[in-house]
Design a protein around this ligand. Structure first.
Ligand SMILES: [Zn+2]
Length: 142
């Protein structure tokens, strides 16, 4: 079940070189913007736009996959708090933004969307290192 007009279904987002792991119902990618280190996206594999459209067993497994990634990110980045964002206003296809909020967070009381900043794009070696660290953390907890 895919929607060819959907960026998540047609493969134009997220970038395949940011791929971290395939968890079964979802795939994990490092977010393009690393202003908040470890910002990760969990994308449901098939096209659906609301949690209530999923079968209960599917919804349960998806939440378990999101939980696994969140726990791994919290440990890998020593987060003081994890943020979970399931919005879909710009891209309705179900995807979570998981953002570790760390001790040096510039605006710990604000949602990331309201923190003005230039996007931080990692150099290839740093990008690969970060993907490897997140992937190892997920593999260790699976
Ligand atoms: Zn889609």
């Amino acid at each position: 079940m895919t929607d060819p007009a959907c960026k998540a279904c047609n493969g134009s987002w997220p970038s395949t070189d940011h791929f971290v792991a395939d968890l079964g119902l979802s795939k994990v990618y490092l977010h393009d913007d690393q202003f908040f280190p470890g910002w990760t996206v969990v994308v449901f594999k098939r096209h659906a736009t609301e949690l209530f459209q999923l079968a209960p067993t599917e919804r349960f497994q998806l939440i378990e996959e999101v939980n696994l990634v969140a726990r791994s990110l919290a440990e890998t980045f020593d987060a003081r708090k994890m943020n979970y964002e399931l919005l879909g206003n710009q891209l309705p296809h179900i995807h979570w933004h998981l953002i570790p909020r760390c001790a040096d967070d510039p605006a710990p009381l604000e949602p990331v969307w309201s923190v003005q900043h230039g996007p931080v794009r990692l150099a290839t070696s740093t990008l690969q290192d970060r993907i490897q660290r997140i992937g190892s953390g997920i593999a260790r907890l699976r």
